[in-house]
Design a protein around this ligand. Sequence first.
Ligand code: PEP
Ligand code: MN
Length: 287
Amino acid sequence: MDRYDLPSRDLKLARREARQERTVVRLGNGAAFGGDTLAVCAGPCSVESSEQIEATAKAVAAAGANVLRGGAFKPRTSPYAFQGLGERGLVMLRTAADRHGLAVVTEVLDPRDVPMVANYADMLQIGARNMQNFALLREAGHSGKPVLLKRGLSATVEEWLMAAEYVLLAGNDKVVLCERGIRSFDSETRNLLDLSVVPLLAARTHLPVVVDPSHGTGVARLVPPMALAAVAAGADGLLVEVHPDPAGAASDGAQSITPDEFSTLMRELAGIAAAVGRRLPAKTLAA
Ligand code: PEP
Ligand code: MN
């Protein structure tokens, strides 16, 4: 009899029972996903200039972030929209991060670019649109670099975990899942941030989970409350878009918060983190 083959039977490496301990993914500067200390990734949607990324790195490090985010290869809906600065942007991102003691997470769009992007990044971001790009997942797996795997635009938890399984199967167990909102019927927000997956995934997988309230809502004003809620729900970290001039941003300005707003968020986060037994990253001296 033909019937739908439940993929969960194949969840050999990502499922919770596959490991005794929960996975902790560590980056070179000491940032860790899955430990007592939260991982806080912050930075612009796109790297736009060395001045922009330097100002942002300085501000987010001073506020207590430990990972700098920024896209140099952008997955844009329109082929006419800003596509990113490419390798030139990666150089700017790496330079700014090193100056302020931050690790780097950045998106790789094309399997052929994995070795080059891995040269500059501490962690490879697989974007929502590429969650089921299996060639890219395998290539990122083989790179051995930590991978931040975003949830697909309308991916089920099952599909998302199967995508993680591809990276694990390539011999790379450094995978962090990132909830970034899913499509819904309501256009009040860009996406519907599914915070219920945070405690749900804790039972389904040993992999750490972070939340991106920026793409999850698409509305800057909603980012701080959802970031606090994510940590309260047990997230291992955050990915937040921060831009020194959101109105002038080349991409995702409407959901980007300012350095001042980020700094306020980090102060508020300290209390929430303590309430759930977590700590904020220690500020680096270089900041
Ligand atoms: C991003 O992080 O800027 C991005 C494009 O994210 P997503 O893949 O979640 O849309
Ligand atoms: Mn973005």
